[in-house]
Design a protein around this ligand. Structure first.
Ligand SMILES: Nc1ncnc2c1ncn2[C@@H]1O[C@H](COP(=O)(O)OP(=O)(O)O)[C@@H](O)[C@H]1O
Ligand SMILES: [Mg+2]
Length: 389
């Protein structure tokens, strides 16, 4: 189909009127698609977009006004301009009804073809412009996505090597370090690590946008997964005089989840608690069977940091949300971590939320399905499709 030809939907129960319209719009850059009833029109409007609708009013069982009202409920048709073509008397009451149902005009039959064509061509031009504009935005967004994805891939390799060599130097393998050098190296490693996390976050979001985020669910011992996560974060916590407590009962049921993704969520929540908690504070990692749903296990990370203002709580899982406006803190992230966490938890069949009080602290909680519970089966089906992409 020629992209520059605008389709106009014509609705009339008199087939002769449709033929006349077809003739009027021949060679106009517009094309008439005719239907014999308002019901057929509604069906078609749900399937495709039109530049304008030309409709008779006096039709049965659904008349033109009712059709116009129904169009407001169809996303892609609710702003399509409607022009009525009617033999009815255009008195005040009629005109009021025309505008009340959202139509832009009404012409009395018999129609002057020239007048109708020029009126409709204004809407057709606007429609074409809107379409071109939307296409341009889509292309720009695709370009931005490609750019972000390429840049983050390109940055990742040299950064990884930088990070590894810094660690070699820090380990003393390349020679003894004095205290000052060790301090400076510590700062360099922390910054390289946070840069690596940001790049990883960017790559994850690109995967989410392309539906390519994968989870590989399996039977998982949550206690050992959480313990190893805490262990790997301990050095960072100790360097910031942060106390980490755990409450992980030994008899927790096995869950059905992706170990790598659970670690990723936990690491994100733990590092947030440390980042926003402030030096010298404490956090607690807990797990238990969900009190509201015994087929789910609930894992929470509680901190006694500054907390989040109630009106900002609903936004923290949104993409690019950064509640803390202090520049030094904002620079340590992109505001993507919790957005990624929510995606990962939901892909494993769980939910994530936060309870927080200003000045007291925050508790981030997420759930995972218990192995053999009814939730895991649904997720297992979905995760196998997620793996194919
Ligand atoms: N434990 C927490 N205490 C207070 N605020 C938090 C906590 N965790 C997250 N936030 C707020 O939510 C925002 C989003 O978090 P996140 O998506 O992980 O982004 P980032 O860590 O990159 O800033 C943070 O910028 C911060 O303002
Ligand atoms: Mg974060």
């Amino acid at each position: 189909m020629n992209e520059d030809i605008v389709q106009i939907l014509a609705v009339d129960d008199e087939s002769m009127n449709l033929l006349v319209l077809d003739y009027i719009f021949r060679k106009s850059g517009m094309e008439i698609v005719g239907v014999g009833s308002a019901a057929e029109a509604i069906q078609l409007l749900q399937q495709q977009e039109f530049g304008a609708v030309l409709s008779d009013v006096n039709m049965s069982p659904m008349n033109g006004f009712e059709m116009a009202h129904r169009m407001k409920g169809i996303e892609q048709a609710k702003s399509t301009p409607i022009i009525f073509l009617s033999g009815l008397r255009h008195d005040n009451e009629y005109i009021a009804k025309v505008y009340e149902c959202g139509a832009v005009d009404s012409l009395i039959k018999p129609i002057d073809g020239e007048v109708l064509r020029s009126k409709v061509s204004v809407f057709a031009d606007l429609y074409l412009q809107r379409k071109k504009f939307r296409r341009a935005i889509r292309e720009q967004l695709e370009m931005k996505d490609r750019f972000l994805s390429q840049v983050s891939h390109e940055l990742k390799t040299p950064l990884n090597s930088l990070y590894q060599f810094l660690q070699i130097v820090e380990s003393g393998m390349a020679g003894e370090l004095n205290d000052e050098q060790r301090d400076y190296l510590g700062i360099a490693i922390r910054n390289a690590a946070s840069l690596r996390e940001m790049i990883e976050d960017l790559m994850e979001v690109t995967r989410i946008d392309h539906g390519k985020l994968s989870v590989r669910t399996e039977a998982l011992n949550l206690e050992s997964c959480a313990t190893s996560c805490i262990r790997s974060m301990r050095p960072a916590a100790e360097s910031r005089r942060f106390t980490m407590n755990t409450d992980l009962p030994g008899d927790l049921p096995t869950v059905w989840a992706d170990p790598k993704r659970v670690r990723q969520v936990l690491t994100n929540l733990l590092s947030n608690a440390m980042k926003f908690g402030g030096e010298g504070k404490a956090l607690t990692l807990r797990a238990r069977i969900s009190p509201s749903e015994e087929q789910m296990v609930e894992i929470s990370v509680a901190d006694n940091g500054p907390g989040i203002a109630p009106h900002l709580v609903p936004q923290v899982f949104d993409r690019l949300c950064q509640v803390d406006q202090r520049l030094d803190i904002r620079r340590q992230g992109l505001g993507l971590g919790l957005f990624i966490c929510r995606e990962l938890v939901e892909m494993q069949g769980g939910q994530i939320w936060v309870e927080s009080q200003l000045g007291t602290g925050s508790v981030f909680t997420f759930t995972l399905p218990v192995l053999g519970g009814h939730h895991d089966r649904n997720v297992a089906d979905e995760s196998s499709t997620a793996l194919i992409v």
